[in-house]
Structure formats: structure tokens, C-alpha cells
Design a protein around this ligand. Structure first.
Ligand SMILES: [Zn+2]
Length: 292
């Protein structure tokens, strides 16, 4: 890894100019962020996407011990629903079960207990889960779990642990996707149906005015390269992928922020590369020993 790092420092590693990142959109309610990024290629973009989805650990309920359940739902269904409730995650305070000092037996550094006790008539919501750690609790309070009629009751104790999306989607921290930046050009002299071209675009990239067509700058990045405009304009509009620039979107479910997702993915990726590096060196040494 040291050689690769030195190369990147010199600027000939290819990723040195990745600092050219511009935020396009930030949604305060959903925490979704969209940004443009230059200086990377599709393999790197996809590695980051997959690492964010598959390896970044988040908390989710894994075991449920039922004390009472007289609702119409089987224990398994209630447990399954509880597992899919996103829990805010504090990565500094918890370890993955496999990496914990307790060697997977379970301790307060790798698991968290939550309790729930509701008597009907009532709707059981995610917010009824009472966590022993205020930093780890349901992200969305109003996720319905079950409907209880008069006399029905649910009482349980759940155990949440850190896990990874590659094992089960309940441990996935959100959605991540990217596309090449769309480059759109209009050949004004060839346009004779500006209104039809503007209407053909499903994401409203164009505006037609008195037979003239213009690109709405704020909407240009929304273009998903369907190329309907090319067809309607009979080639007067061209749309191309900019192979050197990407539009990246990160939409978290709420367990972690987009920056936590990206930073943790990079750390996990580095760890994987270090592990590969070590194994290759070991294999090389063994080969050398065999030769001598
Ligand atoms: Zn432990």
C-alpha cells in the first residue's frame, strides 16, 4: 500500500484531483445528498458505492425474546418487522460481534437491549421500543409494527447488533447510486419543434420560448440519459456521457449521515486492500522460500 500512497501523493495515481467535488443538492429532511465529482473512474465510483451498501456496519435488531404476544401476528412476523426498523447508529461505541473483545459472546460493546411493552387497544409504533442507549433508537418514530385490539398485548426484549448489508439488507445504511454527468448541446439552427422537445423530456431539462429551446441549468443534472429529446429533435439535440465526471447520490435510511457512510466505506475499503496486500506478500514469501 505504501507504494500506491506515494504514487497518489505525486499526483500520478489518478485520484489526486478527486478534491473537485461540488454539492448539487442537499435535502434536510431525508439527508439525501447529490454531488458532482471529477478525477475518478467508474471502477472507483462502483467500489465506493458497493462498499457503502455492503460493508458499512449499522445497528439492527437481530434477536427478539417474546414475553407476551396475544396479537394476531406471529412472533416471527413481529420480529421481522422489528429487524427492518432503522436504528440510529453510534459507530464509535460499538464493535462488530466478530471483532469484539468478548469474542462474539455478547457484551455491552457489541450489543444493545431494547424493550417493548404495549397493551391494546393501540397501534404499536417503532417509538414504543425503549432503548438502553439514547444514541441508538428508531430513526422514524411512526413506523407501525402491529395493531392491537382490546385485551391484546405485546411484551418483548430485543437485541440489536452491528451488521453489514452484504449479510442482510436490514444492515444496509441507505441507497447509493451514480451516473456520468450528462453533457447536452442544442444545435439551434436545426430545431424546428422546440415545444415538443421540451415536453419530451421527463425531467424538464429544457424550456421552450417562442420556438427557441434552452437548457434549464438547475435541471441539467437530473437528465437520466433517456435520450427522448434526441429522437424528438431528430438529432438537433445531442446528449453525451461525460466519462470524467460523475453525479453521485447518497440517500441514507437515517442510521448514519452520508459523510459517515462515505468515510466508513473508505476505511473498510482500505482495510480490505491492506488485507489483500498482506496475503499477497505472504504468498510471495512462501514462493521465494520454496525456490531457495
Ligand atoms: Zn462484545
Amino acid at each position: 500500500m505504501a507504494a500506491a500512497e506515494k504514487k497518489a501523493e505525486k499526483g500520478d495515481g489518478g485520484y489526486k484531483k478527486m478534491t473537485d467535488l461540488q454539492v448539487i443538492e442537499k435535502n434536510k429532511t431525508t439527508s439525501k445528498i447529490t454531488f458532482s465529482i471529477k478525477g475518478i473512474d467508474a471502477t472507483f465510483a462502483n467500489a465506493m458505492r458497493r462498499n457503502m451498501l455492503d460493508t458499512v456496519p449499522v445497528m439492527a435488531i437481530e434477536d427478539v425474546e417474546f414475553r407476551k404476544n396475544t396479537s394476531v401476528l406471529y412472533d416471527e412476523i413481529v420480529a421481522h418487522r422489528l429487524g427492518l426498523v432503522p436504528l440510529s447508529t453510534d459507530l464509535k461505541s460499538y464493535n462488530m460481534l466478530s471483532k469484539c473483545k468478548c469474542k462474539g459472546e455478547g457484551c455491552n460493546r457489541c450489543q444493545l437491549k431494547l424493550t417493548l411493552s404495549v397493551k391494546g387497544p393501540a397501534i404499536v409504533y417503532a417509538s414504543d421500543l425503549k432503548s438502553k442507549d439514547p444514541k441508538v433508537k428508531p430513526v422514524q418514530a411512526k413506523i407501525p409494527i402491529a395493531k392491537l385490539l382490546k385485551g391484546q398485548e405485546i411484551e418483548l426484549e430485543a437485541t440489536a447488533i452491528l451488521g453489514q448489508g452484504k449479510e442482510h439488507t436490514k444492515w444496509s445504511p441507505g441507497l447509493v447510486w451514480y451516473k456520468h454527468k450528462p453533457e447536452i448541446t442544442i444545435n439551434d439552427s436545426k430545431i424546428n419543434n422546440a415545444e415538443a422537445c421540451a415536453q419530451a423530456c421527463p425531467v424538464h431539462v429544457f424550456e421552450a420560448n417562442n420556438g427557441k429551446l434552452k437548457i434549464l441549468k438547475d435541471n441539467q443534472n437530473k437528465c437520466h440519459l433517456c435520450k427522448a429529446c434526441i429522437e424528438v429533435s431528430k438529432g438537433a439535440i445531442t446528449v453525451e456521457n461525460n466519462l470524467k465526471e460523475f453525479i453521485f447520490s447518497i440517500e441514507p435510511w437515517g442510521q448514519l449521515s452520508p459523510s459517515e457512510m462515505a468515510a466508513t466505506a473508505a476505511t473498510m475499503f482500505n482495510e480490505t486492500l491492506d488485507e489483500l496486500d498482506e496475503k499477497l506478500k505472504k504468498a510471495q514469501n512462501l514462493e521465494n522460500e520454496a525456490k531457495s
